[in-house]
Design a binder for this molecule. Sequence first.
Ligand code: GDG
Length: 465
Amino acid sequence: MTERLIVVSNRIPTKAPSSGGLVVALHEALAERGGVWIGAHPDAGDEKGLFSIGDTPYQRLAFRLSEQEYEDYYLGFSNSVLWPLFHRRSDLVELRSGYSAGYRRLNARLAGMIARMIEPGDTIWVHDYHLLPLAQELRALGVTNRIGFFLHIPFPALGDLAVLPYPEAFAGWLAAYTLVGLQTQADTARCLEMFRSDPRAEFLPDGAVKFDGGVVSVRSFPIGIDDEGFRDLAAREAPNPFGKDAPEDLIIGVDRLDYTKGLPNRFRAFEAYLDRYAAGRRPTLLQIAPPTREQVEAYRQIRAELEEISGQINGRHAELDWTPIRYIHRPVGRETLALLYRMARVCLVTSLADGMNLVAKEYVAAQDRADPGVLVLSRFAGAAEEMEDALLVNPYDTDDCARAIDMALKMPLSERIRRNEASLAAVERTRVSTWTGHFLDVLATVPLQPGGADMMAREWSLGGK
Ligand code: GDG
């Protein structure tokens, strides 16, 4: 019997990765154990089945989304319903006819393709919110293998789930997995609270949940980075990315341009810092914000809003030889990013909700341990649960953030070293290569009692909502 690892994610990496992070960690786990990575690829074959792509030590199988699937499953239900809902932005949820049926159809189609190639000893690891019902669809096709799920984004509050078109289906999606992994203990508590509030769930003595004939275990697995790789990239001899005139007090922000990352709040807090605390200093906020999901209206709005705010702030404060906000709306290379992290005296992470936030960990790992910069970190990023020695802020409180910037720029060396060491210890504990191993070890040992194939529970979107 083979014991392959089958990783399933919404997107499949287009080429074998050359730099660290989750993709590399999964790539290594697959190369070591042997297995298959399955995910959507924009140009793979036609829309009928799985296509083998690329040249890697394991197999990569791609499927292609039709235009309608892209619209309903990806832009629609995944990114205009689940993403805002899970990030406490129910006001941005767009419930359009066809979204949830499209989401269910894609998950069912993918399950069909996977069921045809699965073998008895295989372990399946599904990633993220695009594929929540995949295990339930697989169970309905008779797949009894161990299936793990990891949610990269926050677990929603119980009250918010009522916004879903078929809220009662959600617990069934999760219960069909063998193991559900979440970023933080707070997420785990919210997930268990959801099961506790559901009369169909029964808690077993070991904390696992019996539901719909199956048993699911729920644990937190805080994700991390390749900290050693990042440190080496940051510490290498390289030309200054700014050329000769590097800003003196550099503050950095790095985020996909997403409304969950709290960028308007950050810009306003920086403005408040300039107005109230800067006294003689001329810091520069370098904000790198590559575009993302631009077909979704909420993303077009946040882009316009940020351009307006940064224009206003620069208009008020800029001088001939100083631009307070440098806002770069495109990606920069990973090597350059590492150098910029190391040069920056402060890193601002002001997410309004965030599963983990890897930028916080990358910044800490990239610092010169003898003269580190300071991480200002939102209490609402998952990373705050482990990195208590960062300067934790409430991103909704402009003055709290402005004061934190002031404190960070004035912080004595001894305190910067102490805080950086403590945060670094947290980063090392969650190193991504350890993280994959830990998840897979737990998945291999928790009770296996597949269930969740209840056809009634699967009727959730057949009405076409
Ligand atoms: C989701 C969850 C969770 C960004 N701009 C550039 C660039 N990046 C890289 C960063 C970092 C990654 O993208 C962003 O990761 P985050 O964790 O900050 O955020 P999401 O993309 O929202 O990720 C999140 C994560 O999944 C993992 O589970 O932590 O909470 O939302 O690595 O460095 N990289 C380069 N140029 C850029 O311009 N090279």
